[in-house]
Design a protein around this ligand. Structure first.
Ligand code: VGL
Ligand code: ZN
Length: 218
């Protein structure tokens, strides 16, 4: 029997139009998320990118330009504008998002010296966010992932989910990405598909609702 989780990644003000690291059309996924969270998933969680002000991924903290790549404690790091600083307005989940169905929020990127795109582990796979244990305790074996950004946090989360053995679904129309290079999002989707993820449209979850969320075994 599938035990199904919905994971909503980083729908925070700084990743929305007007934010510090705005993802184009990032706000357009919110109405659909608000419908998805009403479906009978067994578990619904969300993540927040949650950096200390001195975070090593911020260009300003390195005296460098946004987009430059450095080595941060042995790991390649793209430098970003300061974003999602703990407790800031930019770090808050969008106020248009229906958060009432989120049973837990997982925080990532909390350590100054290492970034964390994935909702499961930091980029060096050194520390866990706790999401793996949470999912395993709830016997989740199938995860649906949506949110921001397709080519960073969604992609890394999907690869970790696959590696952890979850049957992994990306709800493509409920993701938007950064596209530093014009095709990054398209390539990210292709890589996730090659890696074993199912790429689906949110429509399928509504059209096939009875089958996908049937409580019958077999
Ligand atoms: C993200 C860049 C830096 C994301 C987080 O949520 O995709 N991207 N921090
Ligand atoms: Zn970040």
């Amino acid at each position: 029997m599938p035990v199904q989780a919905l994971v909503i990644v980083d729908v925070q003000n700084d990743f929305l139009p007007g934010g510090a690291l705005a993802v184009q059309e990032g706000n357009q996924i919110i109405p659909r998320i608000n419908e998805l969270v009403k479906l009978p998933f067994d578990v619904i969680v969300a993540t927040k990118d949650w950096h200390p002000a001195n975070h090593g991924s911020f260009a300003s903290n390195q005296g460098k330009l946004v987009g430059e790549v450095i080595m941060l404690n042995g790991i390649q790091q793209i430098l970003w504008p300061a974003h999602c600083v703990q407790g800031s307005y930019g770090s808050e989940l969008s106020h248009d998002l229906d958060t009432s169905h989120f049973e837990k929020i997982f925080y990532k990127g909390v350590d100054q010296g290492i970034d964390s795109y994935s909702c499961f582990f930091d980029n060096g796979h050194r520390q866990s966010t706790g999401m793996e244990d949470y999912m395993k305790k709830k016997h989740v074996n199938k995860v649906y992932i949506a949110g921001l950004a397709t080519d960073y946090c969604v992609k890394y989360s999907v690869f970790d989910a696959l590696q952890l053995g979850f049957d992994t679904y990306v709800i493509e129309d409920v993701c938007r990405g950064v596209d530093i290079q014009a095709n990054d999002c398209r390539l990210a989707i292709e890589e996730m598909k090659k890696g074993g993820a199912h790429i689906i449209k949110s429509d399928e979850l509504f059209i096939n609702k009875e089958r996908i969320f049937s409580r019958k075994s077999g």
